[in-house]
Design a protein around this ligand. Structure first.
Ligand code: GLU
Length: 428
């Protein structure tokens, strides 16, 4: 058969690619820098394996509800699939495919021995009782149980999933296997084989690379103005660490509203408020701001740490900051990337900036296998080292090749993935 490879899988409509389309454009930008490895590039444009599952549960009122669940293994050339599970009413296959691909790139960029995978359920977890949430989690885990495992594909928390959900996933998989398999998921509670430092790891990684970017561009963190979109486990922790280092958190936005305070919002107090109420709205220590004003607040560091496609060609022109550190996955479209580049804004891409979470997930998995647990200091030191090394490697390629940090990260990561692909060879 002589037909050419297609980079758009037939189950997606070519004009409606969503986040997957954004990912494909990012990959296309790397092609000219891959030399002979570009022969394998199509590998990155096709997920290896996609599983769509029906997740039926009995609701508390006695009726039966069905939810759509996904697990996508994008690439396993460098090791088992690895990546979180997201619960959100707007989750789509295109989104999970893109997120799984960004995990492949991220894991290669920080050089942890994993491929990339991601999962999701199209459900609003806030509308479920605790019992319903547990039933959804257990049924989903059981359905994807045919492709996950400590040596094959290891889920973890992502948007709206947490340690408790990981505990239920671990238990469900273990019950089905007839033995406790702690290494099947990461981000577990400490008492069930979780790792110290995991909960804060993504936010800490954002902070570490943010400081590196500031240092290399001559920006002082002391007194720097920081804005954060998303005040959960990533944005909230990063904000607190920037504040502890002397920066001022001047603006915050989440799904409940936007806040501003020129003298700096107390990030610790806001974290407590969010833990109690579920969002930043109603926090007394700052002024309320219209949501669309958030992007034009003048800052030194901007951290999008919510969902994908937040910085687009519509708002990129308004942004007044020096450095963007992507805590979220895929927050910036390629069109916005070009606008930010023309404005001289330095963007530290998601695949480096938010890799702290999966890095400590890797430490957790290693600790589970050896049943030997490390101190929090050891974990944070190793995390900082991994983040700095990844940042430095990408910074160097960016300066040498005169490309954005995103394209540089993709060059570093895609070379590692495709090198593994080439050395393994095609089967059969
Ligand atoms: N969900 C996180 C991410 O997007 C962590 C994944 C993991 O620890 O496997 O990187």
């Amino acid at each position: 058969m002589s037909s050419q490879p297609q980079s758009v899988p037939s189950y997606l409509h070519a004009d409606d690619l969503g986040p997957w389309g954004n990912y494909l454009r990012q990959v296309d930008r790397v092609a000219p820098y891959l030399g002979s490895l570009s022969r394998w590039l199509e590998t990155l444009k096709r997920p290896k394996r996609i599983l769509i599952v029906d997740v039926p549960i009995e609701l508390d009122n006695g009726t039966v509800a069905h939810f759509e669940g996904y697990r996508v293994q994008h690439n396993v050339s460098r090791g088992p699939g690895k990546g979180g599970v997201r619960y959100h009413q707007d989750v789509t296959l295109s989104e999970v495919m893109a997120l799984s691909a960004w995990m492949s790139v991220k894991n290669a960029a920080v050089n942890v021995p994993y491929g990339g995978a991601k999962g999701g359920i199209r459900v609003d977890p806030r509308a479920l009782s605790r019992g319903e949430l547990e039933r959804v989690t257990r049924r989903y885990t059981s359905e994807i149980g045919i492709i996950i495992g400590p040596n094959t594909d290891i889920p973890a928390p992502d948007v709206n999933t947490n340690e408790q959900i990981m505990a239920w996933m671990m238990d469900t998989y273990s019950m089905n296997q007839g033995q406790t398999a702690t290494g099947v998921v990461t981000g577990k509670p400490i008492t069930l084989g979780g790792s110290l430092g995991r909960r804060e790891a993504t936010g800490r990684g954002v902070f570490v690379v943010g400081c590196e970017a500031a240092r290399r561009t001559g920006l002082s963190i002391e007194g720097a103005r920081v804005a954060v979109q998303g005040f959960g486990n990533v944005g909230g922790i990063a904000a607190r660490l920037f504040q502890e280092a002397g920066a001022k958190v001047v603006a915050v936005q989440d799904h409940t509203g936007s806040l501003y305070k020129s003298g700096g919002i107390n990030a610790g107090a806001l974290l407590e408020h969010v833990a109690k109420t579920g969002g930043v709205a109603g926090f007394a220590g700052a002024e309320v701001m219209a949501n669309d004003e958030f992007w034009s607040v003048e800052t030194d560091i901007l951290v999008p740490a919510a969902l994908e496609n937040q910085i687009t060609e519509k708002n990129a022109g308004k942004i007044r900051t020096k450095i963007i550190v992507e805590g979220a996955n895929g927050p910036t479209t390629t069109a916005a990337d070009d606008i930010l580049h023309d404005k001289g804004i330095l963007v530290i891409p998601d695949v480096v900036a938010n890799a702290g979470g999966v890095t400590v997930s890797y430490f957790e998995w290693v600790q589970d296998f050896s049943s030997f647990f490390w101190t929090e200091n050891e974990i944070n030191e190793r995390l900082e080292r991994v983040m700095r090394e990844a940042f430095t490697a990408v910074w160097q390629v960016s300066s040498e090749q005169k490309v954005s940090m995103r394209t540089a990260a993709f060059i570093v990561a895609c070379k590692r993935i495709l090198m593994a692909r080439e050395m393994r060879g095609l089967y059969p």
